[in-house]
Design a protein. Structure first.
Length: 228
């Protein structure tokens, strides 16, 4: 029996991302990003680095199915998990209760072990957690949900924001050891935290640029080459 295809993201040339404004009978489109060439990524860690306001979040929300591209075509093959940069839920909910409500038994066990590794208090209400600990909660939930689905596309918006250097290192190490059946597309600002990535996305003058990290060079070198 043939195995399931690996998870992937495909963006066709000419696909434009942005938003619409104005009354429903007179909508105006504001294009933020356009793909000039076909983009395809498979399992691995893919970083998305671009200035604020360039359209990173708009594009990643489009991949998550929360926004429609203004034009063009994209496809996401696999189960999509999208995590924004902040928790939006009952402030009195505790991480332990959150994990229990959305995770199966095996994934929940994984979440509790990861919470212990990252030193997250799972019995403290979310409203009383620091920014860093709320980020830990998001990360733990994201990583644990992957235990329940074999073919996943994980989209994350600045997941390392607010974390101390030690925790960032632990998370990056976790990514490096993760399943080969996961596509991770991660919006990043903490550039120095990640030592390796399989490919890099950026936005330059409204154009989406993507390239694989060249063998023997750092992804930072690749990023700077895309800005030329």
């Amino acid at each position: 029996m043939a195995s399931d295809p690996a998870p992937s993201i495909d963006i066709e040339p000419g696909t434009r991302f942005g938003y619409q404004s104005g009354p429903i009978w007179k909508k105006k489109s504001k294009v933020l990003v356009e793909a000039g060439e076909k983009v395809r990524v498979g399992p691995g860690l893919h970083l998305f680095v671009a200035p604020n306001g360039a359209g990173k979040t708009t594009l990643i929300r489009s991949l998550a199915g929360l926004l429609q591209p203004i034009s063009g075509c994209l496809s996401v093959n696999g189960t999509v998990h999208y995590f924004a940069d902040e928790l939006r839920m009952d402030p009195e909910l505790k991480p332990k209760a959150l994990f229990r409500s959305v995770l199966g038994s095996e994934a929940r066990e994984h979440a509790m072990k990861l919470a212990d590794t990252l030193k997250l208090s799972v019995t403290t209400p979310i409203s009383k957690l620091s920014r860093g600990n709320r980020q830990k909660t998001i990360l733990i939930l994201a990583e644990s949900q992957l235990q329940q689905v074999k073919r996943s596309v994980l989209l994350m918006d600045e997941p390392l924001s607010g974390l101390d250097a030690e925790t960032r290192e632990q998370v990056v190490d976790l990514w490096a050891k993760s399943s080969t059946q996961v596509v991770r597309l991660v919006i990043m600002h903490e550039l120095e935290s990640v030592h390796h990535a399989d490919s890099l996305f950026t936005i330059h003058s409204g154009a989406l640029r993507h390239t694989s990290t060249k063998s023997g060079s750092s992804w930072m070198d690749t990023y700077h080459s895309l800005q030329k």
